[in-house]
Design a protein around this ligand. Structure first.
Ligand SMILES: Cc1ncc(C[n+]2csc(CCOP(=O)(O)OP(=O)(O)O)c2C)c(N)n1
Length: 542
C-alpha cells in the first residue's frame, strides 16, 4: 500500500484529471457519476454543474477547442441528452484533450433504464476505454487524455456502477505531460460543420479510427492473462474481476480499449483456445462485433443480459445454466421522508384523482403507497410534454384532471422547453404545472443547480428565479406556495388552477428537510441563500 491511496473509481478519475492539469470539468449529477466532479472540486479543480449534460459537454468542447484539457461527466442517460454535440464533436475533433465520462448503471440501481453506452462509441465514432477498477480508472483517464491529444478527438471513458463506487488501491503517477496553455487557434474548416466541411471531417474521422484501431492492436490497455488452452475468455470492465474469481484457471483477453476493437488480437486469442467465451455485462456488444468478423465465440444466454453480472452468474454462464436464478430477498421499499413537503402535494393530487404526468427525482416516490399519485415517468423533463399531449386529446372532463409535476433541478435541466411548448401550443382547457422547488437536487445527494443561486462548491453565484422565468415565458397565472402540514393553502390553489381552464404554474417551494442545516450554514457564511419559501426574499440574479 506504499504510496497507494484507497479510492473509488470516481475519485480515481478525478485525481487523474487533477494530476493531468484538466482545466475544466463540467457535468450534471447522476448516479453513479456524481462524485467525479465533487472530488475534482475538492482537489482544487475547476468543476461546475451545468443545467444539463448537453450544455456540460458543449462547455467542455469549447474549452478543448481553446486548447485546455477538459472533462465532461454524466450518467448513461445523460449521454442521450448530450448525444447531439457528441456526434458532431467527433467530426470537429478537439485541440486539447476532451474526456467524456459515461457512467452506466447495469441493473438500474438508480436509473430509469439500463442502456449500454458502448453502443454510443460505435454510433458516434469516438474511441472508448473501459477500466475495471480504481487503478485503471486513474490510468485510463490519463490514457484517454493521451489518445485524445494524439488523435485530436473526444474519448469516451465508459465506467459502470461497481467501478465507480468500489474502493481499490491506486498508485498515482505517470501523468501524460503537462498541459499547454489555453490559446485560440482559428480552424474554420475543422470547427464549423456546414455540410461542405463536415463531409471532409467525416472522412478524416474514419481515417483516425482506422489508425487508432491499428495502434490498439499492440497498446498496453489490453492484455492477456495466460492460462488454460481449453478455456479462453474475452472480457472488459468489471466483468474481468468476476471472471478472474469465477475461473482463475482460464486464459483471459482483457480488453481496455474497446472501440475501435483490436480485432486481429481478438481473433488470434479466440483461435488459440479450444473454447472461447465472451463475458460482458449488458448488451452483446463484444460478441456481436467478434462474430461479425466470421469468428465463432460463445456468448451468454439472453437471461444474463438483464442486471449486473457477479461471480455466481459468471459461473452459470460458463455452465450454460439457464435454470431460474435464486431470487434475492426484497429490500425495504424507499419512501418519501416523513416530513417531506411533497407528501402534501401528492395527498392533494390523490384526493382530486388527478392524472399525473410525473418526472424524475425524489418526488417520483409519489408513485408508491400510500399515494400512488403518479401515472407516468419517462425521462427527465418529460412530465410537461406528456401532460400536454394528454390534455390535447382527452375528453375535457378527463383533460381537466391532468397535472404535470416536476422538480426544480429537473425543470432547469429539461423542463423549460416543455414550458415554452405549453405557452406556444396551449391545450383547450389549459394546463397545470407544479414545480416542486426544494432548493436542491435531492435525489442524487443534494447538488446545487442554477435555481439555488449557489455553484458546485456552494459558493454564491447568479440565481435563476423560477417564477420570473415562468412569467417571462408568458404564463400569467403563477402561484408560489409553501406546502405545510395543517395548511389548506396548496390544496386551495390547486383546486383554483384546475377549475380555471388557464395555463397555470404552481411553484411549491420549501427547502428539503435534509438540507435545512446546510442552508443555514451557507447563509451564515454570507452566501446567497434563498430559503424563504414564499419567495419574499427572492433575490434577483445579477
Ligand atoms: C438525463 C438524466 N440525467 C441525470 C439523471 C439523474 N437524476 C435523476 S432526477 C435528477 C434531479 C432530481 O432533482 P430535482 O428535480 O430537483 O428533484 P428532487 O430529487 O430534489 O426532488 C437527477 C440528477 C437522470 N435520471 N437522467
Amino acid at each position: 500500500m506504499k504510496n497507494g491511496k484507497l479510492l473509488s473509481g470516481d475519485e480515481a478519475i478525478a485525481l487523474a484529471a487533477w494530476d493531468a492539469g484538466v482545466a475544466l470539468g463540467a457535468g450534471y449529477p447522476g448516479t453513479p457519476s456524481t462524485e467525479i466532479l465533487e472530488s475534482f472540486s475538492e482537489l482544487g479543480g475547476h468543476a461546475q454543474w451545468s443545467p444539463n449534460e448537453k450544455v456540460a459537454l458543449e462547455v467542455t468542447i469549447g474549452a478543448a477547442f481553446a486548447g485546455a484539457r477538459a472533462l465532461a461527466t454524466m450518467k448513461h442517460v445523460g449521454l442521450n441528452v448530450a448525444s447531439d454535440p457528441l456526434f458532431t464533436s467527433a467530426y470537429t475533433g478537439v485541440d486539447a484533450a476532451l474526456v467524456v465520462v459515461s457512467a452506466d448503471d447495469p441493473g438500474m440501481a438508480s436509473s430509469q433504464n439500463e442502456q449500454d453506452n458502448r453502443r454510443y462509441a460505435v454510433a458516434a465514432g469516438v474511441p472508448m476505454l473501459e477500466p475495471s477498477d480504481s487503478q485503471e480508472a486513474y490510468d485510463f483517464t490519463l490514457a484517454a487524455i493521451e489518445i485524445s491529444e494524439r488523435w485530436k478527438i473526444p474519448v469516451l471513458l465508459r465506467v459502470t456502477t461497481r467501478v465507480c463506487h468500489s474502493y481499490t488501491v491506486v498508485h498515482p503517477g505517470g501523468s501524460k505531460g503537462a498541459p499547454k496553455a489555453a490559446s485560440f487557434a482559428r480552424d474554420i474548416k475543422g470547427r464549423v460543420m456546414i455540410p461542405a466541411y463536415a463531409r471532409l471531417a467525416h472522412r478524416k474521422l474514419r481515417q483516425k479510427l482506422a489508425e487508432m484501431q491499428e495502434w490498439n492492436e499492440s497498446c498496453q490497455l489490453n492484455r492477456v492473462v495466460p492460462g488454460s488452452e481449453k478455456l479462453g475468455i474475452i472480457t472488459s470492465g468489471i466483468s474481468f474481476m468476476h471472471v478472474r474469481e469465477a475461473v482463475p484457471e482460464a486464459s483471459v483477453l482483457k480488453l481496455g480499449f474497446t472501440h475501435p476493437l483490436p480485432m486481429k488480437q481478438i481473433i488470434q486469442f479466440a483461435k488459440s483456445v479450444k473454447r472461447c467465451l465472451v463475458i460482458e455485462e449488458g448488451d452483446p456488444y463484444l460478441v456481436e462485433a467478434i462474430r461479425a468478423q466470421g469468428v465463432w465465440v460463445e456468448g451468454k444466454p439472453d437471461m444474463y443480459r438483464f442486471g449486473e453480472l457477479d461471480v455466481p452468474r459468471v459461473r452459470r454462464i460458463l455452465d450454460n445454466d439457464v435454470s431460474p436464478e435464486p431470487t434475492k430477498p426484497a429490500g425495504k421499499p424507499p419512501q418519501l421522508c416523513d416530513a417531506c413537503q411533497y407528501r402534501i402535494v401528492f395527498e392533494s393530487l390523490r384526493k382530486r384523482d388527478c392524472i399525473v404526468a410525473g418526472d424524475i427525482g425524489c418526488y417520483t416516490l409519489g408513485v408508491l403507497q400510500p399515494f400512488e399519485a403518479i401515472d407516468s415517468c419517462v425521462c427527465m423533463g418529460a412530465s410537461i410534454g406528456v401532460g400536454l399531449g394528454m390534455r390535447h386529446v382527452l375528453p375535457s372532463d378527463q383533460a381537466r384532471r391532468v397535472v404535470s409535476v416536476i422538480g426544480d433541478s429537473t425543470f432547469v435541466h429539461s423542463g423549460i422547453s416543455g414550458l415554452v411548448e405549453m405557452v406556444y401550443n396551449p391545450p383547450p382547457n389549459g394546463h397545470v404545472l407544479i414545480i416542486l422547488d426544494n432548493a436542491t437536487t435531492a435525489m442524487t445527494g443534494h447538488q446545487e443547480h442554477p435555481g439555488t443561486g449557489r455553484s458546485l462548491n456552494h459558493e454564491p453565484t447568479n440565481k435563476l428565479v423560477l417564477e420570473d422565468l415562468v412569467r417571462a415565458v408568458g404564463v400569467k397565472r403563477v402561484h408560489v406556495v409553501e406546502p405545510r402540514m395543517g395548511s389548506e393553502e396548496f390544496d386551495r390553489v390547486l383546486t383554483e388552477c384546475l377549475n380555471s381552464d388557464e395555463l397555470a404554474v404552481i411553484i411549491a417551494r420549501r427547502p428539503c428537510i435534509l438540507i435545512v442545516k446546510q442552508l443555514k450554514q451557507y447563509e451564515q457564511r454570507g452566501q446567497n441563500c434563498e430559503c424563504d419559501p414564499k419567495g419574499a426574499n427572492v433575490e434577483q440574479g445579477n
